[in-house]
Design a protein around this ligand. Sequence first.
Ligand SMILES: [Zn+2]
Length: 72
Amino acid sequence: MRGAMASYDLICEDCGNSFEVFRQGFLKDEDRVCPECGSTDVRQKFSSFLSNLGGASASSGCAAPSGGSPFG
Ligand SMILES: [Zn+2]
């Protein structure tokens, strides 16, 4: 498996910084460190899962409300 790099999306629970780690194989504990604040309270993000659960702080995107009443 030489050269098989996997990318992991991680997010810091401390400062909210999200970053990506490239690792050959599985993620190691030493990878779970926030490059911003150095916290080890880092968790792995999961792709396309909790997109529209509502309530979550909207990340950068083009979700502009089309002016008008929310009830159509
Ligand atoms: Zn952090």
